[in-house]
Design a protein around this ligand. Structure first.
Ligand SMILES: [Zn+2]
Length: 100
């Protein structure tokens, strides 16, 4: 997918876009999409804009970005543990095979 520029946070992204809740038509980056949803959750009467982040959204967006980073660290750690476990199992199987 080609690189797109988010009109809300001005950052580039290449994921499938979200649609801004401000006008139900402007494509925005998925992180801003989550940010809009969460800011409406925090304050239902918040006024959203497709072309910029409100102060509330700026604070929420930082937390959303950090949450995604934390999740990807956890996923990487889980992957390393799974690979180590697979390798231990492989060694055990090899020993069993060799001793029979
Ligand atoms: Zn954005």
């Amino acid at each position: 997918m080609e690189l797109k520029k988010c009109p809300k946070c001005k950052k580039h992204y290449n994921e499938y876009p979200a649609i801004s809740r401000a006008d139900d038509c402007t494509p925005i980056c998925p992180i801003c999409g989550e940010t809009e949803a969460l800011s409406q959750y925090v304050n239902y009467s918040v006024t959203l804009r497709a072309d910029r982040l409100t102060e509330l959204e700026k604070a929420i967006r930082k937390k959303v970005v950090k949450m995604h980073l934390d999740f990807s660290k956890i996923r990487k750690q889980q992957m390393r543990e799974q690979n180590a476990e697979r390798s231990r199992m492989g060694q055990k199987m090899k020993k069993l095979y060799e001793s029979s």
